[in-house]
Design a protein around this ligand. Structure first.
Ligand SMILES: [Zn+2]
Ligand SMILES: [Zn+2]
Length: 133
């Protein structure tokens, strides 16, 4: 598996993708934490991600469900590697735009479509919040 790095290189990880595509997240938290209109992710079993270097910090907030969401990020450069919505059990949301091949992947779905900016066009199947599991 290829190895991926945060912006400063202090953290490295490996990810096994299930699909060569992005899930766009339009939620307001992604806008605030990432500084962009949306984030580019894949929802994967926790075991698909393996941290190979460094130690992540955790920031916790409460999501729409009222359950905690833990965000794991580099303590030095603040790159967010993945988020864990505890309501999703052992699935995690991995920021796959950070992968080397991330820029060549197409969108497969959009979540939190209710928070999409009004001037953004729909590029994939959109769910108002999360897809039914
Ligand atoms: Zn870093
Ligand atoms: Zn989001």
């Amino acid at each position: 598996m290829p190895i991926y790095k945060c912006h400063c290189g202090q953290i490295e990880w490996e990810v096994k993708l299930e699909d060569r595509a992005h899930v766009l997240c339009h939620c307001d938290t992604c806008k605030q934490l990432g500084g962009g209109a949306y984030s580019l992710n894949q929802i994967l079993p926790k075991e698909n991600l393996k941290l190979t270097k460094g130690k992540l910090n955790t920031y916790t907030y409460h999501g729409d469900s009222g359950k905690p969401v833990n965000c794991y990020y580099c303590p030095n450069c603040t790159t967010h590697v993945y988020h864990h919505q505890t309501v999703m059990g052992d699935k995690i949301v991995v920021r796959i735009i950070l992968l080397d091949q991330g820029k060549s992947l197409k969108p497969s779905a959009e979540v939190f479509g209710k928070d999409r900016l009004p001037w953004e066009i729909e590029v994939a199947q959109t769910f108002q919040v999360m897809p039914p599991s």
